[in-house]
Ligand binder design. Structure first.
Ligand code: ADP
Length: 172
């Protein structure tokens, strides 16, 4: 069972074996966290993504981390669901993202993995529900990963992730 830590910061500064990016289906790079990771990893990241080809929502693929500083060796690219109101299986797709990232981390032997708040930016997934889905899925998915860092870019996301990790508020 991995330890899960919530931190606030820029995921490109994480010192882990693998960083997860919230990619779009093309894997060629986008905005938000994906843009930041592509800028830090250099142009070979988009070349590697393009060579793999389109990735459907809920799946994950891995490439080298290229120019990201050691110890980061891998970028795991996952495509979140575009939020369309919640009635289109968005939560299940988001859970699949987290499961597939752990499976890919296992394939390459990554023992520490940093995740952004997948789908909560441009893709519009409500942040509180996304935080609970992230924590519940990561807790219930067996893997060889030992350390998971949930990296929030803003304070609201950090608070929601920490609350999800701490469990539901006790009944009063
Ligand atoms: P998506 O398209 O999956 O919604 P976004 O990149 O738009 O992805 O947003 C996902 C989350 O990543 C948001 O909470 C956003 O604030 C956050 N984010 C943006 N840049 C960074 C960064 N450098 N490090 C960590 N998180 C980031």
């Amino acid at each position: 069972m991995a330890t899960i830590e919530v931190v606030r910061g820029d995921i490109t500064r994480e010192r882990v074996d693998a960083v997860v990016t919230a990619a779009n289906e093309s894997l060629l790079g986008g905005g938000g966290v994906d843009g930041a990771i592509h800028r830090a990893a250099g142009p070979r990241l988009a070349e590697a993504g393009g060579a793999i080809g389109p990735c459907p929502p809920g799946a994950a693929v891995v490439t080298p981390a290229f120019d990201l500083d050691p110890p980061v060796r891998y970028v795991i690219h996952t495509v979140g669901p575009v939020w369309e109101g919640g009635g289109y299986g968005e939560a299940e797709v988001l859970a699949s993202c987290y499961r597939c990232c752990l499976a890919v981390a296992d394939e390459v032997g990554a023992r520490s993995v940093a995740f952004p708040a997948i789908a909560t930016g441009v893709y519009g997934f409500p942040a509180e529900r996304a935080a609970r889905t992230a924590v519940d899925t990561l807790r219930s998915t067996p893997s060889e990963v030992e350390r998971i860092r949930l990296v929030a870019f803003d304070e609201e996301t950090r608070t929601l992730l920490q609350a999800a990790l701490d469990g539901p508020a006790p009944a009063t």
